[in-house]
Write a protein that binds this ligand. Structure first.
Ligand code: NAD
Length: 288
């Protein structure tokens, strides 16, 4: 309650970022979103036209508020990093100040500080290719968008995160980092392994320097826009339901609830963890 959250990686109402925003709002947090520049127009238009009103409903019947939507491309840290092909791309034409440092400056100007940072974004241009057939360019792009973006957002937001209430950073990872998931390719498994390792190191560094907690949620499969791009999300969902200890449908709200717990004082002593929210699937070594 009374906290402000910045959630990076929301461009519709189908993914984990949206569910986390909704649950945090329901718990009383103020919500700021970071939306990928090429997806910004359609997201803001849909929001304005009420397309998301049904999924904006909180348990008490009111619609949760989004204080501000910031354009963001977490692959770039400052304007000097942006190549001409992106600068001149018409999908970026209408937006400005969307590199990580510029977004942090804008949030600082608009609101002063935040308490909670959520990283709910990933991109692997070659995700549907096996690792064995992934190019260097595709591998590094997956790593930049899905792992370094977390380091960069934390690095630049940390100085404006409230330490008194114990700031909290949360990201989303997937079990393909530690167990082979055939089809989760393009270096995305490598990027998730980096994200999980970085969670431990950043928990130490940001813990000592800023008293900030850093955790990642290893989530089970959800049919989000990003997951559909992988190409076999239905199979992942069916497998998970059939083989997990709990054999129940995994809802986006399950992840929203876990993130809200991790961001709350109930989790004051939890940092550097990979927190599994997957109906227990990660414990299984043999399907039964
Ligand atoms: P999603 O499509 O809702 O979210 C991904 C978001 O990342 C999109 O909004 C996209 O616009 C944004 N994005 C991509 N590149 C970006 C960039 N350079 N800068 C800023 N934003 C960018 O899908 P999701 O599945 O909810 O993904 C959220 C997180 O959850 C990801 O880290 C994903 O790997 C993780 N996750 C998803 C699943 C699943 O099954 N859906 C399982 C485990 C973990």
């Amino acid at each position: 309650t009374g906290k402000r959250a910045f959630i990076a990686g929301v461009a519709d109402d189908q993914g984990y970022g949206w569910a986390i925003a909704k649950t945090l709002a329901s718990a009383g947090a103020e919500i700021l979103l970071g939306t990928w520049v090429p997806a910004l127009n359609i997201f803001e238009t849909s929001l304005r036209r009420g397309k998301f009103d049904e999924s904006r409903q909180l348990p008490n019947g009111s619609l949760f508020e989004i204080s501000k939507v910031y354009p963001l491309d977490a692959v770039f840290d400052c304007p000097e990093d942006v190549p001409d092909e992106i600068k001149n791309n018409k999908r970026y034409a209408g937006a400005s100040a969307w590199t990580v440092t510029e977004v942090v400056d804008s949030v600082k100007k608009d609101f002063g500080s935040i308490d909670i940072l959520v990283h709910s974004l990933a991109n692997g241009p070659e995700v549907s290719k096996p690792l064995l057939e992934t190019s260097r360019k595709g591998y590094l792009a997956a790593s930049s968008a899905s792992a370094y973006s977390h380091v960069s957002l934390l690095r630049h937001f940390a100085p404006i995160m409230n330490q008194g209430k114990c700031g909290s950073v949360i990201s989303l990872t997937y079990m393909a980092s530690e167990k082979t998931i055939p089809g989760y390719g393009g270096g995305m498994s490598s990027a998730k392994a980096a994200l999980e390792s970085d969670t431990r190191v950043l928990a130490f560094e940001a813990g000592r320097k800023y008293k900030i907690r850093v955790n990642t949620i290893s989530a089970g499969p959800l049919k989000s826009r990003a997951a559909k791009a992988i190409g076999f999300i239905e199979k992942m969902i069916d497998y998970s339901k059939a083989n997990s200890p709990l054999q129940r449908d995994l809802e986006a709200d399950d992840i929203g609830n876990a993130a809200t717990f991790l961001a709350s004082p109930l989790a004051s002593a939890i940092s550097g963890t990979v927190f599994y929210v997957d109906n227990g699937l990660h414990t299984m070594g043999m399907a039964l």
